[in-house]
Design a protein around this ligand. Sequence first.
Ligand code: SAM
Length: 339
Amino acid sequence: MASRRLLRAASAGDIDAVDALIREGADPGFQDRKGTTPLMLACEHGHVDVVRSLLAAGAPWNELDNEGHCAGEYASAGGHAELTDALIDHAVSAEMVLGAVSRARPREADLTYLSQPVRYDGDDKLLDTENDAVMMDWEAPLMRIHAQVMCAGKGDTLNVGFGMGIIDGYVVNENETRSHTIIEAHPDVHAHMLRRGWDAKRGVRVEFGRWQEVLDRIIRENESLPDGEKRLFDGVNFDTYGEDYDDLREFHALLPKIMRPGGVYTYFNGLAPDNIFFHTVYCRLAQAELASLGFDTKFDVVDIDTRDPEIWRGVKRRYWWGDKYFLPTCTLTGAAGSE
Ligand SMILES: C[S@@+](CC[C@H](N)C(=O)[O-])C[C@H]1O[C@@H](n2cnc3c(N)ncnc32)[C@H](O)[C@@H]1O
């Protein structure tokens, strides 16, 4: 069968056979019993021209074998760093095209998480109905530096997603700001905020609703206000739950409309945290898309340690395995209101 022969040719680096088999109709995304693809084998053995041919023929860069490994991991395990970089470049370009396509289509909001109750479990966890963690206090050191990043300009700050209010606590107690707005959509979290008096704190404004609706309103109201009175922010943090990269991308597209030039944006960088290759692709993708919106993005490496099993007691799924966190600092260098 042509697809099996393609596997062998890709592994051997026989570019002529690979090209001929693809022309004959062999499936470039074929997977054997172990889930291995021709792209994985070409990556493992460092056959650059075969990798290029397979990608051009539509081989998926993000397929996983039965053990959960992708082609990028085969390349780095084989010691082919340049190939890993080339795969990352390919993945970012492919995802940017897909992003442009998805932006053109209307998306339906997934309200599953927001329509079910959440509960605070002691002082260290916020859990959903499945006992999946919405927020945990091991993230506090990360929240502290996110707060420092968003408050660097000592101006008007916006945090999207209250959760346990850890970052908002750091903003209010350890940083100087002109004002601090918090957008929160979950009714149980909002009720908790009111019980804790967040709506009455000096300089704090609580906006109850999904950021999609709250920001839409702020942007519309701004349109009829003179420049000096528009509600714009100098520091923004984004950390929601139950949303995906398409939501983050949608949020990013709104930033130039709600931020002042020179303002700083940061987001909880937790996309695909258990696969360093996918995580890198997401970092680079966000960086490229933010660049097209006028942002200059850098990532600072922060050490974290989540090995203590006690941290995860009572939580259905451990969601963080690595010992490094890539803290994004995104500075708006383009003009506010630009696309
Ligand atoms: C991970 S927690 C935020 C944790 C927070 N950074 C802290 O320091 O505690 C995510 C929060 O985002 C809220 N959220 C989810 N979707 C939202 C949306 N579309 N708009 C606003 N808030 C949302 C959740 O209800 C939850 O409170």
